[in-house]
Design a binder for this molecule. Sequence first.
Ligand code: CDP
Length: 213
Amino acid sequence: MIIAIDGPAASGKGTIAKRIAAHYGLAYLDTGTLYRAVARDTLARGGDPADAIEALKSAKALDPRTLGDPRLRKPGLGEAASLVAKHPEVRNELLAYQRSFARAKSGAVLDGRDIGTVICPEADVKLFVTATPEERARRRYIELKGGGIDLSEAEVLCDIRRRDERDKHRAAAPLRQAPDAHLLDTTNLDIDAAFRAAIDLIDAAMGRAGYAG
Ligand code: CDP
């Protein structure tokens, strides 16, 4: 079973995806970490994430064992990740890893921007998780503050809007809801309510598809 979860920054998709994976006993891949790691390695070499050749070099050399690095969550890397993510050659280089993860025997949950549209168009269930930019900025602000990062809520909102624009309007695999994805707007839902709503959508979709349980 493959569950594809897409949506914009700080929509809650990562937390929901992790809980869904634990609930159904599936493996979990946060595909944003791949782009963040490519951005990290490009910057570490003194390269420019907006340069396709530099970013591709990092994507080709990417070591999946470094994907657990907590420093990948640093806010500046989100911006740099969205720059490397624009390059079709980088996306193409990361495709095989994501597809083979998704097709592992026990099934998987993947979250990102293009899982339901490009990486796993055959996914059993697709969710598109969203919330207003203001609510997403509020959540990301609280998360960053908890991690000791001192940015104003207005700065976080500005970063989120800039990334939304770039992710939605790029030519390669833009952020969009797949036609067969279920929309989950978490603006007025806390994480438990959002998780329950996601499980209800998945169980209903699987029931319709004739899965047991
Ligand atoms: O957690 P947050 O939503 O802030 O970011 P992320 O999911 O770690 O993704 C960082 C950036 O990577 C996004 O802004 C996208 O530009 C890019 N990305 C992508 O293009 N495709 C994916 N499947 C996942 C992330």
